[in-house]
Write a protein that binds this ligand. Structure first.
Ligand code: SF4
Length: 475
């Protein structure tokens, strides 16, 4: 019996942390000749003592009898690896240290795959180096269990593997991460990024559509076309033909993720707004507005190009859709700890972020994280975490200034008091507050001051604002 153990993945292009299911477990399940069990790391963890706070380390359990699975598994395929550490509302990805401890109880062949099996390793917390753990417990470590990057082979695995979706803990409210391309179109990538080592290949649209059809048949209605480094890299015609076909399946959620600001055009933006669902966010890997840092790290966009792209997305995407959220907005990623970072870097970031606010432009969110210098990246070769160590003392202040002076006023513009947001899922409790959010890419988190039943769909009315989340009441 084969068992897939999902310890969750997060990469520059590709998310597999619940409520998302990544491509790895689905493709692998489709490649295996026998029926496969899908379990999560939450199934193996010991729950925390009961408290008023939801234990998110065991929130994503499957319905399997785990003791039976431990006894009967002949091959355990562990999927793990974090290359873009983040904070997750209702899940905690496994670290290699934790995983190696938890799988000792399996007496079978063990394989480590996914980003953690790559030359870059894995690290769950930003600002540190990749984990150094003895991995002798594994019989095989292989980034790519399928042993192929060839989409002509993957196309059948992707369709067949759709059947494991029903074992996912968030089902039917699972969001399937869909791959359209692999690697980065830029010849020389950004200093910190692990994508360029994957080479660049594009997936055939017919195969993408067949996979989405198979997932829809299994009951999945939420999709993010998030596994690619630049959704706008293809031509407008190509983007339109793909989205037009998918939209015929009437998904409840159809979102995208990464876009290179330099690829943004009015034509492509209009296509996304037309075919995707509202609440959509195009994440711009800005990383820094400081020209010295941009040059030293070979980043993909200069500040003026980014501003131009933000204006275009606002022009066509800022209008609100029926779930209460704007149709399409940009999101901005900022990275602390890049090469040549200085106090001037923060000043440049604040200058441009203020400019965005003053121009009355909307951005859905600013994602700030500390870089991890993964082995085999230019950042690792050139300076590892030298700039993190040098500037760490400023990070709280820098982050706080962005949260107070940019995020808060932005959130008030984006979802003013009395805004109605629809179809949020009640996800976790913290004391007497229930936190909920819509399904999709970077949804707003709303705190409601009562303990509501979890995993239910509700509508809310916004009553106030925190730095990065909203306060609301159930209606
Ligand atoms: S543009 Fe930069 S961050 Fe994006 S995938 Fe390419 S190398 Fe990575």
């Amino acid at each position: 019996m084969y068992t897939i153990l999902d310890c969750y993945t997060d990469e520059p292009a590709g998310l597999g942390v619940p409520p998302y299911i990544g491509t790895y477990p689905r493709y692998i399940a489709g490649a295996l000749k026998e029926k496969v069990n899908y379990i999560t790391i939450d199934d193996l963890r010991t729950p925390h003592k009961p408290s008023l706070k939801t234990d998110i380390t065991t929130y994503n359990k499957t319905n399997h009898n785990i003791q039976d699975i431990i006894k009967n598994t002949k091959e355990l395929i562990v999927i793990a690896g974090i290359h873009t550490p983040g904070k997750y509302l209702s899940a905690v990805p496994g670290t290699l240290k934790e995983i190696t401890e938890l799988i000792k109880q399996f007496r079978c062949r063990k394989i480590l795959t996914g980003p953690a099996g790559s030359i870059h390793g894995s690290r769950l917390e930003g600002g540190k180096l990749a984990e150094k753990v003895n991995l002798d417990i594994f019989d095989e470590i292989e980034e790519n269990y399928l042993d192929t990057n060839n989409y002509s082979k993957i196309k059948d695995f992707a369709v067949k593997g759709a059947e494991i979706i029903k074992q996912h803990p968030s089902f039917p409210n699972t969001i399937a991460e869909i791959e359209t391309a692999r690697g980065c179109p830029r010849k020389k990538g950004c200093s910190f990024c692990t994508e360029p080592t994957k080479g660049l290949i594009k997936r055939d649209q017919k195969d993408i559509i067949k996979e989405i059809q198979a997932l829809s048949k299994e009951g999945i209605k939420h999709f993010r076309l998030g596994k690619q480094s630049d959704f706008f890299a293809p031509t407008a015609k190509e983007i339109e033909s793909l989205l037009k076909e998918i939209s015929k399946l009437k998904p409840k959620t159809l979102h995208i993720d990464n876009i290179n600001p330099a690829s943004v055009t009015e034509e492509k933006t209009k296509i996304i707004v037309k075919y995707c669902t509202e609440g959509n966010v195009a994440a711009f890997g800005v990383e820094s507005f400081d020209k010295d840092v941009i040059k030293a790290n070979n980043l993909n966009s200069d500040p003026e190009t980014t501003l131009k792209a933000i204006r275009i997305l606002n022009k066509f995407g800022a209008e609100k859709g029926k779930n209460g959220m704007p149709k399409l907005l940009p999101g901005i990623n900022i990275l602390f700890g890049l090469k040549d970072e200085s106090k001037q870097t923060h000043e440049a970031n604040m200058h441009y972020l203020k400019k965005i606010l003053e121009e009355n432009l909307l951005i859905r969110r600013i994602n700030i994280r500390q870089v991890v210098a993964y082995p085999n990246t230019p950042l690792y070769e050139q300076c590892k975490n030298k700039f993190i160590k040098k500037n760490k003392k400023y990070y709280w202040k820098w982050r706080n200034q962005i949260r107070q002076e940019i995020d808060l006023p932005m959130l008030k513009k984006l979802a003013p008091k009395d805004t109605i947001l629809k179809d949020l899922i009640t996800e976790i409790h913290d004391g007497n507050t229930t936190f909920c959010r819509q399904l999709g890419t970077y949804p707003l988190i709303v705190g409601i001051k009562e303990r509501l039943e979890l995993k239910k769909k509700i509508d809310v009315k916004i009553t106030g604002h925190m730095l990065r989340s909203l306060i609301g009441g159930k209606i």
